[in-house]
Design a protein around this ligand. Sequence first.
Ligand SMILES: [Zn+2]
Length: 494
Amino acid sequence: MKQFQPLAPSSTRRPPLRPRQSSDAGTKKFRPLVARSSTPPRPPGARVGAVAAVTSRFLTGGAVARAKYRAPVLARAPAPAPAAPPSPETQEPDAPPPATTPATAAATTTAPPVTTPVVVMHNACVERHLVPAGHQERPERTASARRVAQNVVRRRPAAVGGAWAAGASVSGGDVTEAILRAHSARYYASLEAATARATSPDARVELTPAGDTMGCGDSLLAARAAVAISIEAVRAARRVPCAACLVRPPGHHVARDGKTAVAPSQGFCLLNSVAVAALEASANGFAKVAVVDFDVHHGNGTEDILSGDDRFFFASVHAFGGGTYPGTGGARTKSAANVLNVPLPPPIKKSGFRRAVEKIARRVKAFGPDLLLLSAGFDGHRDDLADLGRLDEEDYGRCTKILLASCGCPCVSILEGGYGRDCEGDDGVAREPGAGLAAAIDDQRLRSFDACLEAHLDACADHFHGAGATPPTPPEPASPLAVVRRLSEELEEE
Ligand SMILES: [Zn+2]
């Protein structure tokens, strides 16, 4: 996932796709972008204490309730928070994104209990992490994922529900506390300082010294939202058998102090949500937590944080060799006893991937976890920009089933990579959350990612609720806008 290539600003033609062989992302240095926004500079702390009205709708077993609460916008220095409600708020599947401002602090409403065994969790706040135009780790990913999940909720309402305003405690001290179990205070302060350099919430800034992890003034907010959603899922795990967290930016490459010693960069990652979730699970009484990372890249940051701690078992199946990012997790590298790395030569093939997953599943079964966390990355798909795998959505569905069958415990799935076909046709301006975002994802570029996520969610639903449900929804017809876009791109390419 780590080979972001910024577009040449003057180019009016789409450049050809990158070479098939992955290169070392650490050799790429990105030019800091000049802020494109016309938003006036925001004085430090200007958002502290601001209040935004947020509407939330709950859907439980067909009963819809509506509630309103007022949520303070995130303060730069998080204040101690009231206890977050353990139950995710659910919302009508086809409702618009609940907030372009972050949902923060505890809701004053009482959410009804979730009645579906699988809950998809999202908050539009994660799309506030803006990246340079043409960057593959873009807000459209989770916006598209949400749309996919909403379709699954509609198709299998008894099995899958949605919590579209999850992670409500994003500004809370409990989230900071959870983050600081996994990351050093020094590293967290470096993120605060980096995002504070942005002249406005959407101004692009380089967030890490290594250069491939760009963001904006709201990037830490979005990363905190990803963490908040993930730990909310863990806290709800005794009531909700399976939660799928649609979050970004990804986290599995970031170690306790940021970049790992060997990796060239942080690979778009700011906070390691899955590692924070594992430590949160332990703090919440889960004695044995298995973390399985099936993103096509090695979960080096997660290994760094969990290695040698026998409360956890960590396994990763990933591409290794030929300069593949991050260049760790190889067969010759000795790992701690609680770590299993299964490196595969790129491109990863279906049979090798399946054998690796089965090997990991045997170790998970032997470990006997009481909570399974999945670092769910779909960038091993044959059509993905990462270009490190020859897998398809069936492989990800099967992988999910094998891993879930290896243990009889709840599962929290946390999104990592998966980028789709290409993102080079964007119009040169990174998207803002909202209506423009919806239009931007309507062009099928994320189709392989969407298909993998749908297969993953269906596998979760099959495991926790049973198969034999309604047949898959036929793909939605492309909108007129998408057709026009695609035709104009094809003409441009000729
Ligand atoms: Zn990846």
